[in-house]
Write a protein that binds this ligand. Structure first.
Ligand code: GLN
Length: 308
């Protein structure tokens, strides 16, 4: 089994940090604008239960778009592939994650569940009687995947996004007009912004990555936390759409199923080998962690982690 070396990891983190000056912290969600662009941390979780980390891994990161992969897994378990893919497609896009453009073409079905339009449809399919019940179901699932009962969401970040999410509201109204969502838009925005504000450390992120890397099995007990097919679909979307409209370049340079969020988080799953969690809030122009991608590129090349 591959054993990652702490000193090497710390060195890679310092090297990747040099790129922070070329990135920019997301500030369209005001609360995210407070992050320090020079922050960079990583945790690698291996199937033997070992964690190797570097940087300050006690810092919590909100999931943002990383939550899209977890919500998708839950909804696939709840409703099955046919119902989910009736409302959201499977194709990557070279439009930005918040684009409305493609919805103008008929049918107004979002291209995939990793862009905001698709994620809003997926979140609207989370089952439960009320927003709080649906959020609790999602949180319970996240806690099981991370093996951490204390995970919750940041009220400050959720509120900050809720108050400023005019673009996402527009997507919702567009989707509602075309019958892709039924529910009240403010309720959906309430649930979606809380989903995006679920926060955890890089170690938690890495643990979730490891569950996906192990085809949905709990790394300690071996118990299935999601069906094999659901884990497979999630990892496939992570490869084709996980890094927004630079997923192709990422596949060539890094080659690891991964999902990023505008908080600067990345969740990566190296099949059979490890889960990786990263927090580096300096973003590139597509909204991916610039330092995080540099770090993953270095790791992947050094340890031949590409799946291709
Ligand atoms: N909450 C963010 C949004 O909807 C998530 C986007 C992202 O991380 N790319 O804008």
């Amino acid at each position: 089994m591959l054993v990652y070396n702490q000193e090497e990891l710390a060195r890679f983190v310092e090297e990747a940090k040099q790129y922070a000056r070329y990135g920019k912290v997301a500030d369209y969600i005001p609360a995210l604008g407070k992050a320090d662009p020079n922050e960079l941390s990583i945790a690698i979780y291996t199937p033997d239960g070992r964690v190797v980390d570097a940087g300050d891994v006690t810092v919590k990161v909100t999931l943002q778009s990383i939550s899209k992969i977890i919500a998708l897994a839950l909804v696939l378990i709840d409703r099955g592939e046919d119902e989910v893919f009736h409302k959201v497609g499977m194709e990557p896009t070279d439009y930005p994650f918040h684009s409305i453009a493609k919805l103008e073409e008929k049918p107004a079905k979002p291209l995939n569940p990793m862009i905001n339009a698709g994620a809003l449809v997926v979140t609207s399919m989370i089952q439960g009687g009320s927003v709080s019940e649906r959020l609790e179901r999602l949180l319970a699932f996240v806690r099981r995947l991370a093996g951490n009962e204390r995970i919750s969401y940041s009220d400050e970040v959720a509120r900050s996004e809720f108050e400023t999410a005019f673009l996402n509201r527009s997507l919702c109204y567009f989707l509602k007009q075309h019958g892709m969502i039924d529910e009240d838009v403010e309720e959906l925005m309430d649930l979606y912004t809380k989903q995006c504000a679920i926060e955890m450390t890089c170690i938690d992120l890495a643990r979730i990555g490891l569950v996906l890397a192990l085809d949905g099995r709990d790394p300690c007990s071996g118990e299935p936390l999601m069906p094999l097919d659901v884990a497979r679909i999630c990892k496939t979307f992570m490869v084709t759409c996980g890094m927004y409209n630079s997923s192709g370049e990422f596949a060539i340079k890094v080659g690891i199923p991964a999902k990023s969020g505008v908080s600067g988080g990345i969740l990566a799953a190296v099949p059979g080998r490890c889960g990786i969690g990263i927090f580096g809030p300096a973003l590139d122009d597509k909204g991916n962690s610039l330092t995080g991608v540099k770090l993953l590129e270095r790791l992947s090349k050094t340890h031949s982690l590409s799946i291709f």
